[in-house]
Design a protein around this ligand. Sequence first.
Ligand SMILES: [Zn+2]
Ligand SMILES: [Zn+2]
Length: 503
Amino acid sequence: MITALLLSLYLSQDQNNLVLNPDFSLANSTKVGPDHFQLEGTTTWSWVGFSDETAIRGIRFNSFGAQAYGSVSQMVEGLDYTKGHWVKFTVRARADDGFSVSNDKLALKIDFYSKQGTAYIDSAERLIYREVQKDRKDFSVNGNNGKAGAAVWRTYLFEELLPFKEVDSLKLTLSFHGGNGQSKDYSQFCATDFSLIQEQSASDGRKEPEATLKQSSSTSSDQPLIQLGGRWFYQPTTEEHIALSSDGKLLKSLVINADNADRFFYKDDRMVNPFAGNMSAWLRKGYLDLKGELVKEDRFIKDNVTVTFDGSGFINIRARNIPNHQTAKFPDTYGTQGYNPSYIQEHDYQYRWPVDPKPSKKAIAMTDRDANGALNMGTVGIAVNGVAFYNPFDAGMQDASSIMDRCCGHPSPDNRYHYHKYPICVNTPFVDKGTTHSPVIGFALDGMPVYGPYEAADIMARDSKSNPLNAFNAHFDKVRGWHYHVTPGKFPYIIGGYFARWW
Ligand SMILES: [Zn+2]
Ligand SMILES: [Zn+2]
């Protein structure tokens, strides 16, 4: 009975995820391991935050000790070739500063099976340790006081084309070998939130080879895409009727929430779903609810973010501003967050900006310490999870970028959680490995998109010589139009003014 209840809870988070017990919250019959998963080596199942953080369950690999190894795996059933020829395996994980392996042996692996999981067909593996090392090189400066900016939760991804249409089961494995961590306490790799989703195309837009594409064309090609204005599109289901005027304007409001976020697209060099997986959140024990009352038990908030198109030429966003990732505990009694006395609270904010923002003659970039007031205090935009971006300052014009929790956020005196710099923890439309232009991670109040840090492979936009950012932290390219970039370690970190100021 309890299992059924919890299962329905998972489903409400992502009904397409085929992994059972994906957040590791349920114990197996022995009570010492997570249900549906197999653990090997030095892998343990426990809370995976520090004591000053809101804790969730997951597994820990400890790389301390000669040649340490470990793995966690699950046999996943119920694959259906007609639902998509690609499989997307993701894991949320955090590599502490001392986690170390030899020969890059930190891996995501998929074993493919047919005949209800009894006949092994093939396997594929992707090593991810170099991504850990790259983050350490690129983002240490993004952390608290310029340290540990890479030791935050982020998503690791492995996408594969199903090798045969007979595949009906998969074994998903996360493993490490040859551990050589140097310290007992900070040599861990923690993981949670396993996900396996079938998709029609890979997140970089790759489709299957021509031949298989033809076979699948009758499955779920749905209706034509509807352009909502600017770079925004919606893909209705076969049953859905979206009323449009003769010139293609919406006649009735279209509401996007967790149920249809994967049908809501933003177009740049590919079609992405920036809000998918970002519209729900957990209101955690110790946070405050909308009324300001202390939350006693974790509560799932399905409609943390809602987007509405009403044909007015504006996009309307309603956000409860609850972070959908790990946070530190606030008020901070441990001293790790500068004894911040504020809470993380549920709010009800509404934002509105043009669907097709344009550069503005009224745009003014911030001067030193924002002496010209080009950027207001408080919210200057939102990340794709609905959490506010602030300008670089806190009260008293102190640079706020060095007193954040490990997901780069903290609450303000009015109990609003916010970011002053690149929030690596936020789920992005595709996993940013720093090998191409970053994905969109949010929007400024002028409607212009904010992208992650990279301009091209191994080049951060902040360092770009060929297409440098202006004083607004914006630049133009033909594919994305005008857009902002976050600039880890470099003021103003998110935006330097409203380049498409429309008010
Ligand atoms: Zn702040
Ligand atoms: Zn760019």
